[in-house]
Design a protein around this ligand. Structure first.
Ligand code: CU
Length: 302
């Protein structure tokens, strides 16, 4: 495996902070999915077309590299599918999705063996003032190297090479440690689109690294290693934070100074026993901002 491919960098993606989790367009959960795997594309719609009062239709054009198997029906909506397109249409104005309501439209299929980004293009049909029909085509694919974000981006899925964990990591940081201090903590937000378990951590700066939890022992709060790892339920953000579960770096081999970065490897194992890992470069010091991705798909290397 190409190492630079697997290393997910914070700095490269800082400019995109928050863009992936925004509900301002039709999107897929960040974090990606393994090449060759069965994948449930959960397209999130967070609002109607601009100026419209309701969403009345969603049509997804499936990308090459995604082999359709099924789509989730929606009560009150007609569902029409072909190998390349899935369309939901509200059967009545009452069934339409109100402007601010959030909804998920689910397509299942199998992913290509080829790593790289896949783009799901989504036509959102809406109804506006007096029932006037409008639509937005979320179909723009960003041009590599372009600094400007497209106004109507297609929903992106990062197909990850074998061994790279389909887990989104944000707001990662390591607490500074002065010379002589034996240990410090690492903190971040983890989100696994299909669910997995964080089973281990390692770093060249630490002789020993563990996943820790905080537990009451009598009336004292103590930390201890999580023997079976930390469960990451599908599409739920699990926060490693001071006072809670965290990454423990012990037997430090160097001072951990503010502004430096700490390389670390997170190891995961999913319910089927498939192992994967993520290479991170985590900044030392408090997180720079909300939502900064520490791990983004390889194609995030804009
Ligand atoms: Cu600890």
């Amino acid at each position: 495996m190409n190492v630079s491919f697997a290393i997910k960098s914070i700095a490269l993606c800082a400019l995109l902070a928050g863009a992936n989790v925004s509900f301002s367009h039709v999107s897929l959960p960040p974090g990606g999915a393994a090449a060759g795997s069965d994948y449930e594309a959960v397209l999130r719609v967070g609002h109607a077309c601009q100026g419209a009062s309701a969403t009345t239709g969603i049509t997804v054009r499936l990308p090459e590299g995604f082999t359709f198997t099924s789509a989730q029906p929606r009560a009150g909506w007609a569902l029409a599918t072909t190998a390349r397109e899935v369309a939901w249409k509200a059967e009545s104005p009452q069934a339409a999705l109100a402007d601010k309501a959030q909804a998920e439209f689910v397509v299942r299929g199998r992913l290509t063996d080829q790593p790289g980004p896949l783009w799901f293009k989504v036509l959102q049909a809406c109804s506006g003032e007096g029932g006037v029909a409008t639509s937005v085509d979320w179909a723009q694919v960003p041009v590599p190297g372009a600094t400007e974000k497209p106004a109507f981006p297609a929903a992106r899925l990062d197909v990850l090479p074998a061994g790279v964990a389909p887990v989104d990591v944000r707001d990662a940081w390591v607490r500074p440690a002065v010379p002589g201090q034996s240990g410090t903590g690492g903190f971040m937000k983890l989100n696994a689109p299909s669910g997995t378990r964080l089973v281990g951590v390692s770093s060249p700066v630490a002789g020993v690294a563990q996943v820790h939890e905080m537990k009451m022992d009598g009336d004292t709060m103590r930390m201890r290693a999580l023997k079976n790892g930390l469960e990451l339920p599908a599409r739920q953000t699990v926060e490693l934070k001071p006072g809670g579960a965290h990454l423990m770096l012990m037997d430090l081999k160097q001072p951990i100074t503010q502004g430096a970065t700490v390389p670390m490897t997170l190891r995961f194992e999913d319910a089927r026993g498939v192992k994967s890992s993520l290479e991170l470069k985590v900044p030392v010091g408090a997180p720079a901002g909300e939502g900064a991705p520490a791990a983004a798909g390889q194609a995030h290397q804009h």
